[in-house]
Design a protein around this ligand. Structure first.
Ligand SMILES: Cc1cc2nc3c(=O)[nH]c(=O)nc-3n(C[C@H](O)[C@H](O)[C@H](O)COP(=O)(O)OP(=O)(O)OC[C@H]3O[C@@H](n4cnc5c(N)ncnc54)[C@H](O)[C@@H]3O)c2cc1C
Length: 430
């Protein structure tokens, strides 16, 4: 990289969905953006690979061609002795389908899309620390070649400067942590485990969600904490996983649960028709943490924005974080472009403050509700009662599906949308 390339209008750290979305929108808005990724494109990422209609909406906003991706038509919810199919509804702002795409493919597609739009991408580059000025403002990042990367985008440790830095580095949030924006221990934290299998049911076009995890035959064994999912990701593969959530990280650690062991026990009792045998398993069983309900703030201060998982944006309702990561990239880019067009420092700061305000408006009340939801369902028995008596009620389940998948209209919509809008207004922002 030459000296003049060591600066940009915006440096984005991390080419996951949040970083690539930001880079794409920034480039489209005419800014010079440098996207840094420590790995190579196409790396694996522990995820369920599910893209709900709200994620599809963001992909459409980015002009991503999803025509060959694995589509599905709704949720199949299983629990309490019931099974219910809930199609994704056709809505004003949301399509009546969801997608699934392996993260190795999705993240490569999105980063490439950002580059085609004009972003500069450097892979094999690890951001090690923020560079701060005397006032504490972040003015750049220190980077180094990622060890053992075959073609790192920089040859030696160096500094890259920009008036605005975006931490889109996922749950580790290295830059945010370095400036003291640590995890809020009062917010929920999730853990999820997943594996891939070749499956005879890989052409199933429903996303299966299992609200109860039994340690043996349903109703005659222990109920395990959490929920399970199974869905096709294309190429004959299904992604199967389980997620569990606790109202605080402390509550999670007192449980002391080995989630991979739980996963294996649960898997052994999933119907044999799925074909989850050792011979059909592809790759390893992997797990990771889910930072939820804005557990890292502020989302903008002193020249540093937090996007996606770095800003704790996973939904406490369902463990989904890709839609929010994509949305945060878009909202961050809009604020950055407005700031770049202002002639004064005070004007620029005012424009940048629109980013956290937009996040609060979009997700604040919803995540406060989510925290209440988590406090209830972290007890498997509560979940069991809700499942047994709630699932047979179709209208209630349509509401639950909209609420859990963030598939509700912020304006207008039907009676269910109005009810959720009312609930999110009644609680304080997250
Ligand atoms: C098991 C599991 C299942 C899940 N299932 C789903 C699901 O089905 N649907 C859904 O919507 N969400 C799901 N999630 C959540 C989802 O994976 C995350 O919310 C999403 O990946 C967040 O995107 P991001 O861009 O913020 O971060 P990431 O996807 O983590 O991307 C961060 C990027 O930054 C790079 N990076 C990190 N640090 C540095 C550094 N210092 N320098 C340079 N680069 C760096 C990383 O290599 C990575 O590429 C799941 C999570 C888990 C753990």
């Amino acid at each position: 990289m030459t000296t003049e390339q060591l600066s940009a209008d915006v440096v984005v750290v991390g080419a996951g969905p949040a970083g690539s979305s930001a880079a794409y929108h920034l480039a489209k808005l005419g800014l010079d953006v440098l996207l840094l990724e420590r790995h190579e494109l196409g790396r694996d990422k522990v995820c369920g690979d599910g893209l709900t209609p709200s994620a599809v909406r963001e992909l459409v906003n980015m002009g991503v061609d999803t025509s060959t991706w694995r589509r599905n038509r709704g949720l199949r919810v299983i629990g309490g002795g019931h099974q219910l199919h809930i199609p994704w509804p056709e809505q004003a702002s949301l399509p009546a389908y969801a997608l699934a795409r392996r993260r190795s493919q999705l993240d490569r597609d999105l980063a490439t899309h950002a580059v085609v739009a004009g972003a500069r991408l450097l892979t094999g580059v690890t951001a090690t620390a923020p560079v701060t000025g005397p006032s504490g403002r972040v003015t750049g990042v220190q980077v180094r070649p990622t060890p053992r990367h075959p073609e790192p985008g920089v040859e030696a440790p160096t500094t890259i400067t920009a008036p605005l830095i975006m931490d889109a580095g996922g749950v580790s949030a290295r830059l945010a942590t370095a400036v003291g924006r640590t995890r809020d221990e009062r917010r929920p934290l999730g853990v999820a485990v997943r594996a891939y299998f070749r499956s005879p049911r890989a052409d199933d076009d429903w996303m299966e969600s299992r609200l109860e995890l039994w340690d043996g035959p349903a109703g005659h064994s222990d109920l395990l904490p959490g929920y399970g999912w199974i869905w096709s990701v294309g190429d004959g593969l299904v992604n199967v996983g389980l997620g569990s959530v606790s109202s605080t990280p402390a509550a999670a650690s007192t449980r002391g649960i080995d989630y991979r062991a739980v996963f294996k026990r649960w898997l052994a009792h999933v119907p044999a028709s799925w074909g989850f045998t050792p011979e059909n398993q592809v790759g390893r069983i992997a797990s990771a943490a889910l930072p939820m309900a804005f557990n890292r703030k502020p989302h903008y201060a002193d020249g540093l924005m937090l996007l996606g998982d770095a800003g704790g944006m996973v939904s406490p309702f369902n463990g989904e974080g890709i839609a929010q990561a994509l949305a945060s990239g878009r909202l961050a880019a809009e604020a950055a472009a407005q700031a770049a067009a202002r002639p004064t420092a005070s004007g620029r700061e005012l424009a940048l403050s629109q980013y956290p305000a937009a996040l609060e408006a979009q997700m604040g009340g919803y995540y406060t509700l989510g925290r209440i939801f988590v406090a209830l369902i972290e007890h498997p028995e509560v979940m069991r009662v809700c499942t047994r008596y709630g699932l047979p009620r179709k209208r209630l389940m349509r509401l639950v599906a909209k609420l859990l998948s963030d598939g509700w209209e912020r304006r207008g919509g039907d009676g269910i949308d109005h009810f959720i809008q009312l609930l999110t207004r009644m609680v304080p922002a997250a």
